[in-house]
Design a protein around this ligand. Structure first.
Ligand code: MF3
Ligand code: CO
Ligand code: CO
Length: 255
């Protein structure tokens, strides 16, 4: 499969990504102490439906399991793929990562962010800020003629310079008619390695950053990825289009 989209595919990626960005903002606006992650998930499902989209997560198959919810909501030491639950009540001082992946008109938009719940420890503020900055640093390297390893290396270097670690067990990815397409985009790696970046690639770049060790494990629910040392973790993601004029973020929040 070609990693390069044609003009019509790019037009449809723009639309799917605009919807994904809008839904992410709508769910974000509901985050507050006392709300459950299931409340957020159901709201996300309804926001998608109202825009004529559906969740690309729901029923997504990895191995023999199908993802049982419409969004991924990961709290504190949860890295990604947190399964929304009525039992998970957000508390003042938590950090929460929202990952929204929509299917719209046959194409997929994927984006994520981490935000505070109420007032949080300044160390958590910094973790969130550095993770968001590392995404910007990675996107900057998504230049035609660079290689994927240039993106990976830039993210890793930035994150580690702040004393944090990048998760190795999960990676960013190409995105299009499928949620996960080639190329893989690790958040660690060496310059000048990996596939060459061409115009017309749509890439989900998504650093997952741990305050402690990079090691992770998966909980017995088969989905929720947590840090092995229970240190907090943050996650930001954009779907980015590569062009001759540089990277263009497709999942920009609406004005
Ligand atoms: N949105 C995730 C990503 O960024 C993938 C979710 S997979 C699911 O790649 F199974 F949890 F839905
Ligand atoms: Co995602
Ligand atoms: Co993704």
């Amino acid at each position: 499969m070609s990693m390069v989209k044609n003009q019509q595919q790019i037009a449809r990626m723009r639309e799917a990504c605009a919807v994904a960005a809008k839904v992410l903002q709508q769910v974000k606006a509901l985050v507050k102490p006392g709300i459950t992650t299931l409340d957020l998930d159901e709201a996300g499902r309804d926001f998608m439906a109202a825009l004529g989209a559906r969740s690309a997560d729901y029923g997504y198959q990895i191995g023999s399991r199908r993802y049982p919810a419409h969004t991924c909501i990961s709290v504190n030491e949860e890295v990604v793929h947190g399964v929304p639950s009525l039992r998970r009540v957000l508390q003042d001082g938590d950090i929460v990562s929202l990952d929204v992946t929509v299917a719209y008109n046959g194409f997929i938009g994927d984006n994520a962010l981490t935000i505070p719940v109420g007032a949080i420890d300044p160390r958590l503020e910094k973790l969130i800020r550095v993770t968001e900055e590392s995404l910007a640093v990675g996107i900057k390297q998504a230049i035609v003629g660079n290689r994927i390893g240039d993106v990976s290396h830039a993210i890793q270097t930035y994150v580690e310079s702040h004393g944090y670690s990048v998760v190795r067990d999960l990676v960013g990815h190409g995105v299009g008619q499928q949620m996960h397409e080639p190329p893989e985009i690790p958040n660690f790696g060496r310059r000048n390695t990996g596939p060459v970046i061409k115009p017309g690639m749509t890439l989900a770049i998504e650093p997952m950053v741990n305050m402690g060790s990079y090691r992770t494990k998966t909980l017995s629910d088969g989905w929720t990825v947590v840090t092995a040392d229970n240190s907090p973790s943050a996650h930001f993601e954009h779907t980015v289009l590569t062009t001759e004029h540089g990277p263009e973020i497709l999942t920009v929040p609406p004005q």
